[in-house]
Every structure is written in C-alpha cells, then in structure tokens.
Design a protein around this ligand. Structure first.
Ligand SMILES: [Mg+2]
Length: 485
C-alpha cells in the first residue's frame, strides 16, 4: 500500500470514512456497501468466491495522487451567477426549443427535482415543468470560467488534463509534499477556492488512478470530496452498478448484464478470457479500469505543444462533441473544426503532412478505430486536410443516423518540412493552391492577433453547440491514448 494514503480527517469525506476500514475480499460478501444514489441498488456485491487470488491488491502503481475536479451543474451555475433573479426557479441551459438540437445541456438542482435530465429534449422538459426557465448557452462565458478554474488548478500542479469544460484531472503526486503528503488538503483547498473565486461548487474525487478519481467526483455531489483508497475501493467502487464506471456506456452495460455482470466488482473479478471473447480488447481494458489498473498519465494539454508529440511525428486534435454526431452535417462540421486546427498547427510548426488519419469512437459502445490515407501531395492547407479527413470518415461511416458517434479525431502524419521544394502536380491547380495558402496565412495572422474564434468557416456556423468551441484550446480525448498505445 502506498505511504501516501492517510486515514482521512473527520468531516472530510464522511461517507467513505464511515465504511469499514481496510477490508479484504472476504468481508464483502456480507457487506451491503454504501447506500446513496450510487449504492449497489440491490445488486449483489462481489463475493469472496468471485475474486481470484491475484486480485488481493489493486492493479496498477499506487503511488500516484490524482484528483478529478468536477464543477457542479456547470453551465447552469455560471448562468445563475449572472442572473441572480432566477435563483430559486427551475432553470435549464439548452438550445432554442424549436431547433433540432434543443436539448437540456445543464440543469440546476431545482429543475432536477422536477425529473429533468441532461440530454432530455427541451419540449419534454417543459412538459415535466411548465414554469421552466430555459437559457440559451453562452459558451464563451463557460469557456472563460473553465479557463479560470484551470488557472486555479495550475497553482497545485502543472499536470492538468481537462475532460470537457467543467472537469479536469490533476496529478499532484509531485507537489503533495508541500501539503504534508495529504492530497485531501489540496482537494479541499481547491474546492474552497473555486467556490470563493468563481462562485461555483465542485465535487472532487481523489485516487491513485484517473478512473477511480472520476468515480469519486461522481460519487457524492455537489460540494464534496471523496477519497478512493486501496483500502476502500472494494466497498465504494466495486459495489456500484457497472454503468458508473467511466466508459461503460449503455450498450456495454446491457451486454455486461447479459453476462450477469452488474457491478464494477463483478467486472473486476470476471474471467478475462470471457471478457475478451465477448467484447474484444475493450473487455480486458474495462476490467483493468475496474481493478484500479488504469495507468494512463494525466495528459498535459498545453495549447502550444499538447497534441504535438515530442518528435513531431504527427499533429492531431480530437473532440468529444457536445452532442452525438449523427448525420453528414454533423460529421462535416466536426471534421471541419478539427481539420482547421490541425492545419493551423501544421503551419505554425512549418510542417506539411503526407498522410491523414481519423479516429472514430462509437457512441453506443466503446468501439474505437483509426483509418488513414495518403494525401495526393504534402499539404498544410486547411481545405485539403479537411477534404481528405471527411472523405475518410464518409468512406467508413454511414452518417445517416444509424450509428451515432461520440468522438472524432483528425491527425496529420508523415510530416515533412514545409519549406522543402515539392514537385508540382500536373493535375492540381497550383494557382488555386497558392490562393488557398494565402487565405490560410491571412486567417492565421488574424487569429494570432484577435484570437482563434475571430474567423470561422461558414460550415462551422451551422451548429449552435459546436460553433463556439475553440478547438485549438478546448479539446480532450481520453482514452484514445490508452486504446492506441
Ligand atoms: Mg460537472
């Protein structure tokens, strides 16, 4: 066990602390586990007989101190700060009710009491609660709060990985000695500061791996700190429904249920070969996550260098879209946003790409794949990168609503120095290419001076949720790195 893990202080995190102390697997069969919303819900806990001997200790190195900070009811909380007159009323943030994407993006606690859920259509939400106040989203405002929150996190570590606008992982292993080797103190201080400085409450999870830290921040909210330790994870994490594990979506949960796997503990203790047979490589990966064996590092997302690997073998951007990508229009839009930032980075680094790659993650389960294609000639022209990436997507996806996608990535690879002389294509229109290059460099200059969102492609104006995204600054994809190591 790690020397870093100290018994938490009274009052810090009462729910986990009220659980039995360090418990072996033997105690779990009889233990009802923690109650509350994420409790076992009557599902059987993992019994001693389920656990192989090899699971007597959690998988993975235990010496990391990882926080997951989640700003509660983020969009709604930020809006209410600016509209104090709405306090006490049921409020949701969402698009215009008549528009196709008019869904609830965030709700306050009062709206939640009416049964309103994130993702529900605004029409449905209004049926549940006729006096509902709907506010159109102001992403610029949320991104600013997101940036301000990250500025606080950077006071504790430079290892900060955003996970959407309202969540982030922080690896504080290297700085925890400044807080008496007690990372809970860091969690509590961050929580106090975000509340005092931004007016938004947070829930924080703390563990030795990212998956359990995320679980902890979901476990109790709002305004709570939950610590998942090698001593308590079986009682807290393993007794929870398997759907509470990050990356177990509805389709995977249903498939797991068909194999009589209902809790995270049951997933952790299942026969690996069976999981591999049924789920492919996702099965053992999810099992490893359930065992506490997620070793993915907290990935630094410095806008200047984050998605450029050290040898600059490739430059890529990925995005988990605010809503599923269901049709060609969505696909074109997201590919365009991603290609734009990839091409811009190529130009910043004075590089051109000879190969374009896409990564696609299905919304219904975790399936994720990559495809690549050579470019007719090395390029960093936005329009060419975009056309090649979209062609690759369209060749592999129906984009007709039958297979919603969650995450898309566009990557430029096989890079060459942009200044290298190139053979002119006898088929391509070199005059047009030169014009496109001039256009790109003008846009780059405008963006350098006035920010990334000063110029937009027309296609990017077609979606109220994606349009305001500044992909160059706000992009996150975990676990694509894990899947493609
Ligand atoms: Mg949140």
């Amino acid at each position: 066990m790690s020397a870093f893990w100290h018994p938490p202080n009274p009052g810090g995190s009462p729910k986990p602390e009220s659980l039995p102390g360090p418990g072996g697997l033997s105690g779990l069969g009889a233990s009802p586990g923690p109650g509350g919303p994420l409790g076992p819900g009557g599902l059987p806990g993992p019994g001693a007989s389920l656990a192989p001997r090899s699971l007597s200790r959690p998988k993975g190195p235990l010496n990391r101190q990882i926080l997951h900070v989640d700003m509660n009811c983020f969009y709604a909380a930020v809006e209410l700060l600016h509209r104090p007159e709405l306090r006490g009323r049921p409020v949701v943030v969402g698009g215009h009710e008549e528009m196709r994407h008019g869904i609830v993006l965030a709700k306050n606690l009062i709206a939640k009491r009416f049964g309103i859920q994130t993702g529900m259509s605004l029409v449905e939400a209004r049926q549940q609660c006729p006096e509902l106040v709907t506010i159109p989203p102001d992403y610029h405002l949320y991104m600013e709060f997101s940036r301000l929150a990250r500025a606080i996190y950077y006071d504790y570590t430079d290892l900060v990985e955003p996970f959407g606008p309202d969540e982030a992982w922080l690896d504080v292993t290297g700085s925890v000695h400044l807080w008496g080797n007690d990372s809970r103190l860091i969690a509590e201080e961050i929580s106090e500061r975000v509340k005092a400085e931004l007016g938004v409450s947070v829930s924080v999870g703390l563990s030795w791996n990212k998956i359990f830290a995320k679980f902890g921040s979901d476990y109790r909210k709002p305004d709570a700190v939950t610590i998942i330790t090698p001593e308590n994870y079986r009682q807290i994490v393993w007794t929870a429904p398997v759907g509470e594990l990050l990356y177990v979506g509805r389709a995977t949960r249903n498939k797991l249920a068909a194999s009589a796997i209902h809790t995270i503990g049951e997933l952790a203790c299942e026969d690996e070969r069976l999981l591999r047979n049924k789920f492919g490589k996702i099965g053992p990966m999810l099992q490893l996550f359930a065992q506490g064996g997620d070793i993915t590092p907290v990935k630094v997302l410095d806008p200047q260098s984050s998605t450029v690997d050290y040898e600059i073998k490739s430059i890529g951007n990925g995005l988990t879209a605010p809503h599923d990508i269901v049709d060609e229009r969505d696909g074109r839009l997201l590919v365009s946003l991603l290609s734009e930032s990839v091409a811009q980075r190529l130009r910043e680094q004075r590089l051109k790409a000879r190969t374009i790659c896409i990564t696609v993650r299905d919304s219904a389960d975790l399936s994720c794949y990559s495809r690549q294609a050579p470019l007719p000639q090395a390029t960093n022209i936005t329009r060419e990168i975009n056309a090649a990436a979209f062609a690759l997507l369209a060749a592999n996806e129906p984009l007709d609503g039958s297979r919603p996608l969650r995450t898309l990535g566009v990557r430029a690879a096989n890079l060459v120095d942009a200044n290298l002389p190139q053979q002119l294509s006898i088929f391509g229109d070199e005059q047009q290419r030169l014009a496109l290059e001039r256009l790109d460099s003008t846009i780059d200059e405008l963006r350098r001076r006035f920010g990334n969102n000063i110029v937009r492609r027309a296609v990017a104006l077609g979606d109220e949720q994606m349009t305001p995204l500044d992909i160059c600054r706000d992009n996150v994809v975990h676990p694509v790195g894990f899947l493609h190591r």
